[in-house]
Design a protein around this ligand. Structure first.
Ligand SMILES: N=CN[C@@H](CCC(=O)O)C(=O)O
Ligand SMILES: [Zn+2]
Length: 431
């Protein structure tokens, strides 16, 4: 006999089913809504989803012990997925906000040894245990905002030893915390100061030492590069990502965040990257190329807001047939937040995405962006029982009320991990 969790009588059950592949165009608005809906989870896996009446019939055939969760007056969605974070780091950089308010540019702060290099120093100084401790606080807060899976990048180590330490910390969190953490190696996040006169030497280090070590210890699934004017050129990014591809890593690119017409989106399409991320300054050609290659655009409207920049052209991308996903970009410099609900608000208000598109971008398309489309991102039989119950009558209210955390209950693999907006102390549910 299994362990059953029965979520019943949701005002709206948002299943996100309908269609194969990342959702594009009008497909981004197909939510698969059931009024008065129920979900049954057995041993962490969804075994039923549909109307209350059909659920009662389904359960009448079962003799198991059932934990009933009343979802009356709630909207139930798949667990939110954050496909682009730098959530494993030590320290903070609130001083940079004030510098930027006085006119300093994000990239100039980095050039002067601050920014990413500042966090690299504090991350290096922290022990692995301390890194896990500080990052766990962040993961707890993600959970309170309805996020049940995140991607997390390295890139605050910038030496072989420290990159491995950061990735081991991510793995420790994945093993101990209810949130699933998907790791990305991003040694090419910034050129450390000791390589200022020899950036090519740092690229060699990434290719010849870091990538093989990460592969050997199976510490990451993806490889990402900060492909940007003055950081890693198109040629350097191509070299690193080619080498990563040969070692079996799936590819992501920080593309077209700051400089116009840099060609990051085009490179992502050329290399068949799973995703191109940021894209504030992506060119028309770059957008068309992403549509053609099926590369997912991971958009980060919180970063645009926090850097006081124009957000990405989401409407143009959706019209061109690009699959769009959303993310917090959680990091200490350009987006110190864990709030996917806030990012979802920002996507509506600054990129004119509709509430339905926003939900698709934060669930099923986000699952595709981290290669987890068969496990999570929709409420379908056979998928993981990851759900969020929002205090809302209908899904449109999730974007209408903004800056409010409407998350009431979070269920991870069938276990209640947040109840009444408060964390429930749980061990990691079994895989
Ligand atoms: N742009 C590069 N990386 C991060 C910022 C990291 C940091 O500032 O610490 C981003 O995606 O915004
Ligand atoms: Zn980033």
């Amino acid at each position: 006999m299994g362990e059953l969790t029965y979520v019943k009588s949701a005002s709206q059950l948002i299943c996100m089913d309908g269609g194969l592949g990342p959702r594009t165009g009008r497909g981004m608005s197909m939510l698969g809504i059931t009024a008065n809906g129920s979900v049954v989870i057995e041993d962490g896996i969804i075994v039923f989803s549909g109307s209350d009446a059909l659920a009662e019939h389904y359960l009448s055939t079962r003799q198991d012990e059932i934990e009933i969760i009343d979802a009356r007056g709630k909207v139930v969605t798949p667990g939110l997925i954050d496909p682009h974070t730098h959530a494993v780091f030590a320290g903070s950089r609130e001083n940079e906000l004030e510098l930027r308010l006085q006119g300093a540019k994000y990239i100039d702060i980095l050039k002067q040894g601050g920014g990413i290099l500042n966090t690299a120093r504090s991350t290096k100084e922290a022990s692995e245990e301390e890194l896990v401790r500080q990052s766990k606080v962040r993961l707890d807060r993600f959970l309170l905002h309805g996020v049940t899976t995140i991607e997390a990048k390295s890139g605050y180590g910038l030496t072989v030893t420290d990159e491995l330490k950061q990735l081991r910390a991510a793995r420790a969190l994945n093993c101990s915390h209810p949130i699933d953490v998907i790791s990305t190696f991003m040694g090419a996040h910034a050129v450390p100061e000791e390589y200022n006169n020899n950036p090519e030497g740092y690229v060699d280090l990434v290719i010849n030492e870091m990538l093989p070590a990460v592969a050997e210890h199976e510490l990451a699934e993806f490889c990402d590069v900060f492909c940007e004017q003055g950081i890693f050129s198109i040629a350097q990014s191509r070299r690193i990502l080619d080498a990563a591809g040969r070692l079996g890593f799936k590819l992501k690119i920080h593309a077209d965040e700051i400089a116009e017409n840099f060609g990051g989106a085009e490179l992502a399409a050329e290399l068949g990257a799973v995703s191109a991320e940021h894209l504030l300054k992506a060119s028309e050609e770059g957008i068309q190329a992403l549509a053609k290659s099926g590369t997912i655009a991971v958009l980060l409207p919180g970063t645009a807001l926090f850097l006081m920049e124009q957000a990405a052209a989401a409407r143009k991308m959706i019209a061109a047939g690009v699959a769009v996903a959303l993310s917090t970009d959680c990091n200490p410099g350009s987006s110190p937040t864990v709030s996917m609900p806030l990012i979802m608000n920002a996507a509506c208000l600054t990129m004119k995405m509709t509430p339905a598109e926003v939900l698709t971008a934060s669930t099923i398309n986000a699952a595709y962006a981290i290669g987890r489309e068969n496990e999570i991102g929709s409420i379908e039989i056979g998928k993981q029982g990851d759900l969020v119950l929002f205090d809302a009558d209908n899904y449109r209210q999730l974007q209408y009320y903004y800056g409010m955390n409407l998350v009431h209950t979070v269920i991870k693999k069938g276990q209640v991990v947040v109840k009444g907006g408060v964390l429930v102390d749980r061990q990691k549910p079994a895989h």
